[in-house]
Design a protein around this ligand. Structure first.
Ligand SMILES: [Zn+2]
Length: 467
């Protein structure tokens, strides 16, 4: 895969993935093309060596795995974890709102976004809609209204001369996107309050034209819509930029870069000749702490590993002790205008490759041995690998690595691609790093078991040697 081809594939993935649900659906498309089969969690699994499988939770979390052709239960796994969610505005469960002739859509702030960047953007809408069918069955449908229908206007500088010193706004009252002009029709509606309001059907709590747009899009009746989880997103497509097109300008690079690179690496990995399992875990809810049934704090990872090991506690423990997790999430590249914010010995460069994260306070789960082994993997494959630590006087982010490793006892390295403007509506990354990431993650799936067996002695971080 050429460097530019990788960047373009990622751009397509990001453009088609404005919500966690779409990120999972697109990853499934990539995996299905190479033969991955869906597993039903409610049924028995008849897993076969050489088999390639996936399952989802809430349609926003995906676990996929390929069992090596020589895999037997109790052997180890190489896991890559990433997340599918990003900070965004989400339509409130009751969103109808009108003000001085405008119809607006009340939204909830999801995660720690730089909300100022959501002003004066042409916003689109995407996510999951729950539709009731004729047989009363509830179906989860994906919706992607791929055109600018919403906009949060700023207040003119003439009405706020202090705006360039401090752009302040109230997230409840001033971050409400405009949908349309309503010519007083919504405002003129009979005011329904109290118990009567509580008992109104779901659709009555939203602008009728918004419901009409969704039902037309999905080919259902408006009244069939009985629930949704809808994200707002910038309608401007992702693309390459910079004088030599060395930059990737795209929303949600945190963390669709790694969700995509992990999926590509798994799709390109062949279970032929392997005696271990390659596992990909794409979790929802990282941006709000990962503590949910389908966040990285879920038991789902353990449950899946248990089933890979045949529900045998002894075999699961053996498997875990031989396994290794790459927790892949984006990294702050050194910022040209804020160099002093970065530890002088660690200044991750855009296009300098995947960056390994260290923090002895366990904001990242990388260990000394894991780091040494990963350096060896990168060295053998001539793949660039950068490293980062934060300044002692700087706050440090965290990610899914410490959460999963605490929950599962997996040896873990935290890493990711460097980028700027993290959590802005539009982020800035490198056009070459997606290629570097796929190369490293594929090498991890294919070679890490051998490197682990070769480099670990019997005291290797408490884990026995690989098989
Ligand atoms: Zn992230």
């Amino acid at each position: 895969m050429a460097i530019r081809e990788a960047a373009c594939d990622l751009i397509n993935y990001i453009n088609r993935s404005p919500s966690p649900y779409h990120a999972v659906a697109e990853a499934i498309q990539i995996l299905k093309k190479v033969g991955y089969q869906r597993l039903d969690e409610t049924a028995d699994w008849n897993l076969a060596p050489g088999g390639m499988y996936y399952l989802t939770r809430n349609a926003s979390t995906l676990i996929a795995f390929a069992l090596g052709e020589k895999f037997t239960p109790g052997n180890g796994c190489q896991l890559i974890g990433a997340h599918t969610d990003s900070p965004c505005l989400r339509v409130k469960q009751r969103s109808k709102h009108a003000s001085v002739g405008y119809g607006l859509v009340k939204c909830e702030c999801y995660g720690g976004g730089i909300w100022a960047t959501w002003f004066d953007r042409d916003l689109k809408l995407a996510g999951k809609v729950i539709v009731r069918g004729k047989d009363n069955k509830l179906t989860s449908r994906l919706a992607h209204i791929d055109r600018p229908i919403l906009h949060v206007p700023t207040l003119a500088i003439h009405l706020d001369r202090s705006v360039n010193e401090a752009f302040k706004f109230n997230k409840e009252e001033q971050l409400i996107p405009v949908l349309r002009m309503v010519e007083k029709e919504l405002e003129g509606e009979k005011k329904v309050t109290g118990v009567e309001k509580q008992q109104q059907p779901f659709t009555k709590h939203h602008d009728s034209k918004l419901i009409g747009l969704l039902s037309d899009h999905l080919g259902c009746q408006g009244d069939d819509i009985v629930g949704f989880d809808l994200c707002l997103a910038d309608s401007m497509p992702a693309g390459l930029a910079g004088l030599d097109e060395e930059f990737l300008m795209a929303p949600r690079q945190d963390n669709l870069v790694n969700a995509w690179a992990g999926t590509e690496a798994l799709a390109k990995h062949s279970p032929a000749g392997s005696s271990t399992a390659a596992v990909l875990c794409l979790y929802d809810h990282e941006e709000v702490g990962s503590q949910s049934a389908h966040g990285a704090g879920t038991q789902l990872t353990n449950l899946v590993l248990e089933r890979i090991c045949g529900n045998n506690t002894g075999l699961l423990a053996k498997c875990i002790s031989k396994s290794f997790l790459l927790s892949a999430d984006q990294v702050h590249a050194v910022h040209p205008n804020y160099v002093s914010k970065h530890e002088a010995n660690f200044q991750p460069a855009i296009n300098g490759g995947v960056t390994m994260k260290h923090n002895s306070n366990q904001r990242y789960a990388t260990t000394a041995m894991g780091a040494a082994q990963l350096r060896e993997l990168a060295r053998r494959n001539e793949i660039p690998l950068q490293e980062v630590m934060v300044r002692n006087d700087s706050p440090c982010g965290s990610t899914i690595g410490p959460i999963i490793s605490a929950k599962t006892a997996l040896r873990t390295v935290d890493l990711g691609c460097p980028q700027l403007s993290m959590h802005s509506i539009r982020e800035m990354g490198g056009a070459k790093d997606p290629y570097h990431a796929v190369s490293l993650y594929k090498a991890f799936y294919e070679q890490f078991a051998a490197i682990d067996a070769e480099t670990c002695d019997e005291n290797c971080d408490g884990a026995s040697t690989f098989i």
